[in-house]
Design a protein around this ligand. Structure first.
Ligand code: C2O
Ligand code: CU
Length: 491
């Protein structure tokens, strides 16, 4: 499937009634009416989020072409201003955010607020929740951020996220004690843009070379050997660089603190095709939150973070210089930062033993009592079968590639159980917009969860945020090659 046919497909979809398009409501022809992004139900849900006395936080984002130094290597890319990651946006739960996006890119864009249960018409998915923001155009996102946590923002247009277009959004909890001395944001990324290929080139190569390679069962495209005992097929692309906070390991980002200080670290995986195994030399980490929501604290040597997942940890710092390593799972290469609390030279070799000790995934975590879904019967079940075609670079949900997908209908007020069934030999980090689901049997509340090869995973959610919500693999190449559908509210 070429980019052009994809775009044409989208246009057809937007015109079709099946997903609700952009209209307030559309009749799907089956006697059900889609609850569109501009419907009264969406406005009503937003009114319920408005708390009196909260502030308004304004910001401006300017996606544009830039020349950026990754640390010893300069690349042409697209970013939100001069830096990668883009500006850190911060608000308190209940605040109203007003973010104006001035599109200075030579093409359409959009901004999606990953993980937030916001109003559907501000979710930033072109043709599903809004029109694309045209080149030289502008759009103001305005929404209440209801839940505290670590989130991020990125375009929902093509593979633009795989350029430098991403930034972190932190929503503070007014009720949280904040039992730590400092807070660091650590953004992980796999990087190719400006190294002779753009992410669009990579996707075009995959889709045109796909013929003959068995991606569905081999779980690897270019360099089919990318696999990991934890994830099976671990990726399709061998990236030239892995970054921590926009830096290569040659010129790492440095954090400084004093020995004995307790630091909260917010990890965000903004990568496209890479899960990262992260650890800090000489330290163990206590996991406190997954995808913004609290978990029963658990201590570990290392974490495995899929694309789109966020994990918050705390650690108490020793005296010295310590590498923070983000190893590209199943691939060659790593990203790195340095933590300096005292004297000493940085270890040249960043092979740290913590990486090969205890590793936790999001699926190993347990929800904090306060964020467990209330007991209740499941009103509706949907299977979400994840497939990959045997002959081309085409990824599917329930046998169909987006935009030719079948939406999953739900009604407001229902408890919905999704069963992800991975029928491929690759892992897929599955992401649902506008909701935070609970892994069944008390697992963590999450919006992005790794589904391992040939495994099934069940999650529950309360359908309490009307609209049309993207549900897709957060391997952006997979999503672009079809692994996407919608959770579609109907009346
Ligand atoms: Cu961060 Cu639909 O994605
Ligand atoms: Cu995938």
């Amino acid at each position: 499937m070429t980019r052009r046919t994809f775009v044409r497909g989208i246009a057809v979809l937007a015109g079709a009634a099946a997903t609700g398009g952009l209209a307030a409501c559309t009749n799907s022809g089956s006697g059900q009416t889609s609850v569109g992004p501009r419907s009264a139900a969406v406005a009503e849900a937003e009114r319920a989020r408005r708390v009196a006395g909260r502030s308004t936080v304004t910001a401006r984002l300017t996606p544009r072409p830039v020349t950026f130094d990754l640390g010893g290597r300069t690349v042409e890319t697209w970013a939100y201003g001069d830096q990668v990651p883009g500006p850190l946006l911060r608000a308190t739960a209940g605040d109203l955010l007003k973010v104006t996006v001035d599109n200075q890119l030579p093409t359409d864009t959009s901004v999606h607020w990953h993980g937030l249960a916001l109003r559907n018409d501000m979710d930033g998915v072109p043709h599903i929740t809004q029109d694309p923001i045209a080149a030289a155009g502008s759009f103001t996102y305005e929404f209440v951020a209801p839940d505290p946590g670590t989130y991020f923002y990125h375009p929902h247009t093509g593979v633009q996220l795989d350029r430098g277009l991403y930034g972190v959004l932190v929503i503070d909890d007014p009720a949280e004690p904040g039992a730590y001395d400092d807070e660091w944001v650590v953004v992980l990324d796999d990087w190719v843009d400006g190294t002779g290929r753009t992410p669009d080139d990579v996707l075009a190569e995959l889709t045109s070379n796909g013929g003959g390679m068995d991606h569905g069962s081999m779980g690897g495209g270019m360099g089919g050997s990318m696999s990991s005992p934890l994830l099976g097929g671990a990726g399709d692309v061998d990236y030239p660089h892995y970054l921590v906070n926009g830096r290569t390991p040659d010129a790492p980002h440095q954090f400084t603190a004093r020995p004995g200080q307790r630091v909260r670290v917010r990890f965000v995986n903004a990568g496209t095709d890479t899960a990262f195994r992260v650890a800090v030399g000489g330290h163990r980490m206590t996991v406190t939150h997954s995808d913004g929501f609290p978990v029963t604290p658990v201590t570990t040597d290392a974490l495995l973070i899929g694309m789109g997942e966020r994990v918050d940890v705390t650690l108490t710092l020793d005296d010295g210089v310590f590498p923070l390593v983000a190893s590209a799972e199943g691939k060659r290469g790593q990203g790195r930062a340095l933590i300096r609390t005292g004297g000493g030279v940085s270890p040249a070799d960043a092979t740290i033993s913590e990486l090969s000790r205890q590793v936790l995934l999001g699926t190993d975590l347990i929800a904090a009592e306060a964020v467990l879904l209330p007991d209740g019967d499941v009103d509706r079940r949907h299977d979400v079968a994840l497939g990959g075609s045997m002959s081309r670079y085409r990824w599917t949900i329930n046998g169909r590639a987006f935009p030719d997908s079948r939406p999953l209908p739900v009604r407001s007020g229902e408890r919905v159980r999704l069963r992800f069934i991975n029928q491929t030999m690759m892992f897929h980090p599955m992401h649902l917009h506008g909701h935070t689901f609970g892994l069944v049997d008390g697992g963590a509340r999450k919006d992005t969860v790794i589904v391992r090869p040939m495994e099934s995973l069940e999650v529950d959610l309360d359908a309490d945020n009307p609209g049309q919500w993207a549900l897709h693999c957060h391997n952006i190449l997979h999503a672009e090659a079809g692994m996407m559908t919608t959770l579609s509210y109907r009346t």
